[in-house]
Design a binder for this molecule. Structure first.
Ligand SMILES: Cc1ncc(C[n+]2csc(CCOP(=O)(O)OP(=O)(O)O)c2C)c(N)n1
Ligand SMILES: [Mg+2]
Length: 337
């Protein structure tokens, strides 16, 4: 878990460098090697990694717009994920999705820029696992800013009624873009939403990966054993802006400093030292993590860019006429019928 946490943090530090380098002197969001928005999850590592360390490849994970730490912990191919973020042809989505739309069918991972979007598909994956009589489970991650979304609440209900092997994990970082948590909900503990659906709820109120791992053991064990869904909330911290380039004028310096002062990675390192792990061993983990990340980024940057003529391929299920030479299977515009 320590190595994955260091990998996730270092990965984002390197992405940040690559991202900003291309956007100077004025901040042009479309310029540089990583086009578009970039949402970094530094400060969220304990949640993604503490939970995903219980999962197998055949378990499903859906993540939100801040997905890197979760994808790394789920075992998504780091090279192809990086190529996707850099918009390259060999990326997971042929360079067309970018960092918020990573899909890796090999390890059943998906994410989306639409908040709480991953909840219904996770419930669906759990229903499929149950109908196939396997013990696979599904986990949906979402932010505390998404806990009033209909898709989330409907998924909780459906999962409860159908006793599905699914765990919903709220990463509570106190912010939804510039909106502090207390202005969008009167519920201090998001896991209390579970009570309204008669399912299990639990909150880990500090971003200690050991505590998350323990809570996730209970939740995922319950799902795997056929004992139904759980709603788990983990207090995390947003060390960065909402997206890269966010000036955070809405946020006090004290709040930003407090978020940076709580470092779940250093906390785990301290714990490991207390268990008698030598500094050398921790250093080996850090070096292995850095090497893996540097290699993935170097590989991604060497990958070809997609051919512009392929822009519409894989985008439309049924291309409107004019997009390709093929005749559409039916008239998307509706017509008389
Ligand atoms: C359905 C929907 N509404 C609005 C947005 C715009 N939006 C993007 S991120 C975000 C806030 C998300 O906050 P939270 O869920 O707490 O996640 P965090 O960014 O803090 O990790 C919003 C409103 C969106 N992506 N999808
Ligand atoms: Mg949030």
């Amino acid at each position: 878990m320590y190595e994955d946490m260091v990998t996730a943090r270092y990965y984002e530090e390197r992405l940040q460098e690559e991202y900003l380098e291309g956007k100077q002197p004025a901040f042009d969001i479309s310029a540089g090697p990583i086009p578009g928005e970039l949402h970094l999850a530094a400060g969220h590592e304990a949640a993604g990694i503490g939970v995903c360390h219980h999962l197998r490849d055949d378990d499903t994970v859906t993540a939100p717009h801040r997905p890197h730490h979760i994808a790394i912990a789920k075992g998504v191919d780091l090279k192809r994920m990086t190529a996707e973020i850099f918009g390259r042809e060999t990326g997971l989505g042929k360079g067309k999705g970018g960092h918020m739309h990573l899909f890796d069918p090999d390890v059943n991972f998906a994410c989306s820029g639409i908040i709480a979007q991953g909840c219904p598909p996770a419930a669906g994956a759990a229903l499929a696992a149950k109908k196939r009589n396997t013990d696979a489970v599904a986990v949906a991650f979402l932010g505390e800013g998404a806990i009033d979304q209909g898709g989330f609440l409907e998924s909780l209900n459906f999962a409860g009624v159908q006793d599905l092997p699914v765990v919903f994990v709220i990463e509570d970082n106190d912010w939804a873009i510039s909106m502090p948590k207390e202005r969008i909900t009167d519920v201090e503990d998001g896991s209390k939403r579970a009570d309204g659906f008669a399912i299990h709820g639990e909150r880990v109120d500090h971003d200690d990966v050991e505590a998350v791992h323990e809570a996730a053991r209970r939740a995922i064990g319950r799902a795997r054993d056929g004992n139904g869904p759980t709603l788990l909330e983990v207090q995390v911290h947003r060390r960065m802006g909402h997206f890269m380039g966010d000036p955070q004028t809405y946020r006090s310096e004290t709040d930003q400093e407090a978020a940076s002062a709580r470092d779940s990675i250093e906390r785990l390192a301290e714990t490991l030292r207390a268990y008698g792990i030598e500094e050398e061993e921790l250093e080996e983990s850090r070096e292995a993590a850095h090497e893996r990340v540097d290699e993935a980024i170097a590989w991604a940057k060497e990958q070809p860019e997609p051919d512009p003529s392929a822009a519409h391929e894989d985008v439309w299920v049924n291309p409107p006429s004019g997009v390709t030479d093929e005749e559409p299977a039916y008239d998307l515009a509706g017509g008389d019928d």
